[in-house]
Design a protein around this ligand. Sequence first.
Ligand SMILES: C[S@@+](CC[C@H](N)C(=O)[O-])C[C@H]1O[C@@H](n2cnc3c(N)ncnc32)[C@H](O)[C@@H]1O
Length: 360
Amino acid sequence: MKEKERYINSDGERSEPLPGAFPATRYQGSKRKLVDWIFSCIADLDYDRVLDAFSGTTAVAYRFKQLRKQVTANDGLKFNRQVARALIENGTGTVSAKKVSRMLALAEKNGGPPGVIEQNFGGIYYLDQENAWLDRIISQIAREKDETMRALLWSALGQSCLIKRPFNLFHRANLSMRKKNVSRSFGNKKTWDRPFTETFPRFVEEFNRAVFDNGQENKVCGADPRELAGEFDLVYLDPPYTSKRGVSVDYRDFYHFLEGMLDYRRWSDEIDYNSKHLRLMRHPNPWSDKNQITACFEQVFERYRDSIIVVSYRGDGIPAIAELQKMLGRLKRKVVVYEARDYRYALSTRVAGEFLLVGQ
Ligand SMILES: C[S@@+](CC[C@H](N)C(=O)[O-])C[C@H]1O[C@@H](n2cnc3c(N)ncnc32)[C@H](O)[C@@H]1O
């Protein structure tokens, strides 16, 4: 059995085991593997109310919750807000194995007209029978009346979808990569081929195990952090990264399929049929725009000038770390910059240089 997570303080000492166990999520830019380091950098700070302004998988928000802080998790994507509802807001609700078995049994039954995925996504991400199964399980989940259970089920289905994807993304129509019988230097064909009927219940169990109550009223939001209401003692910012060459991560593009599942009735109207991989029509996002990202940082720092501000960013991006430090220094008495040396992102051979800026 996995050892219970522990909190490592600034002196590198290990404390009491932490409540809950964060699931093995796959997500671009997730800080899951950096959480211990991040929290060792901020161990001496004094705060209660926390905002994780770009919460993604909630890997960081979850650790704040484990430390009994009052947590608000905010993210622009619907799918991430379901995960935050399941793991951050929710303190008690879980999905029974009986309910999952009933859902699986109903989803096994064929019949009815083809759904959105079967109609549109043939040959793009999953095999035909998998597409049809997804349509049926989505309709089962959508019928679930309890919001928290729905959130747990969406979270589990999303992770089941991601582990079957080369690169764990929906950025290319590359089902052929999975189907080809060749030797590979990356990825895991065995995992890609594992049936949904095996992975989905496993992820439901994993998300169930992560549920615990920290005695606080924790919340989920979905706004641009520059415009979010509320007062926080500490604000953690982990926005999309823009490379030095000006290339940004557009999360809605990477995870459009999960967003579509969560807006199933309107999905076909929102697809950009000119794209080969049938992404959603694009919405402008200033946080993923090389010409606006620096102004976004300036505005968000100004918005939370009275809070402790903690920023995760890469060393090779726009703006540069020195510029972020200068911007924070205009508002904060003390700015400390930490570097996680030798950190490599999944599938990357380069050492990225991951930084944490703390402004008090
Ligand atoms: C680097 S990821 C955060 C990863 C997260 N800290 C984790 O450990 O999983 C950046 C997140 O910002 C979100 N995001 C991008 N633009 C946004 C916006 N305008 N408003 C709110 N969230 C946004 C994305 O959906 C993505 O989940």
